[in-house]
Write a protein that binds this ligand. Structure first.
Ligand code: ZN
Length: 249
């Protein structure tokens, strides 16, 4: 079975793309008027958009190719250039510049030295990555003091279903940021932006199957988020999650 997207070509079709070399905020497909090239409808979670989302789910890297007509200082002057493997780190929806829903994907380079050396010696490149050592290979997701504190506060119990997983080496829970940290969301690493969840509910929340209303009623499943009095969840972050991640009815 074919899972995920194999490659994407950056060729200047979408005005919402952002290119930071090792980090690309890539806009999904669809909704363009073929005659004018303008965004005239919402993008749907189907075809290439769905394939890229599955690339995140199944950790399948995608090949990134930049074309000469891609509007970025990192585009080649002529032709097309293979720029290596990227991981689909995250995806969400938002209103694009033209006012319609677009899917956005954060792609992070899985970097190797060979690639940067190739680029150095390629004469058509108008930019220099030469002195930069690329190190964005893996984001080691280390627990912050705040995520640890929230897990302790809830005694490793899921705020949605109340499950507390016992393992021989201690209880296990996962934490999640309500408004994700990192570009372009820039949610804070703070207790008011963190939930303690079981692995199942963490995945459902991350992939937008469930979300939370301002009064903590759950969306996409029944029930209410359990929140301790001293845990002041910022409802602006809940709103952000609903608007960018929740794919509900
Ligand atoms: Zn749970």
């Amino acid at each position: 079975m074919h899972i995920g997207a194999d490659s994407i070509v950056l060729s200047g079709g979408y005005e919402d793309d952002e290119d930071y070399d090792d980090l690309i905020i890539y806009t999904g497909h669809g909704g363009l008027n073929p005659l004018t090239g303008k965004q005239e409808a919402d993008q749907k979670m189907e075809r290439m958009n769905l394939a890229l989302a599955k690339s995140k789910m199944f950790c399948r890297p995608v090949r990134v190719i930049r074309g000469y007509n891609h509007k970025s200082i990192y585009a080649p002057k002529h032709g097309y250039r293979y720029d290596g493997l990227f991981k689909v780190d995250d995806y969400w929806k938002e209103t694009g510049r033209a006012g319609f829903l677009v899917w956005r994907y954060r792609l992070i380079a899985i970097v190797n030295e060979i690639l940067s050396q190739d680029r150095k010696t390629t004469p058509t490149l108008p930019f220099a990555t030469s002195t930069k050592t690329k190190t964005i290979i893996t984001q080691v997701v280390k627990e912050s003091q705040y995520t640890q504190r929230i897990k302790k506060m809830y005694d490793f119990t899921c705020q949605i279903c109340g499950t507390r997983l016992e393992t021989p080496i201690g209880p296990y829970a996962e934490s999640t940021y309500i408004k994700p940290v990192g570009k372009p969301h820039d949610g804070p690493d703070r207790e008011d932006n963190i939930l303690c969840l079981c692995p199942n509910h963490r995945i459902l929340f991350t992939f937008g199957a469930i979300s939370i209303s301002n009064d903590f009623t759950l969306l996409g499943c029944t029930g209410v988020l359990k929140v301790q009095k001293k845990h002041k969840i910022n409802i602006d972050f809940l709103k952000y999650h609903r608007e960018h991640y929740y794919i509900g009815k």
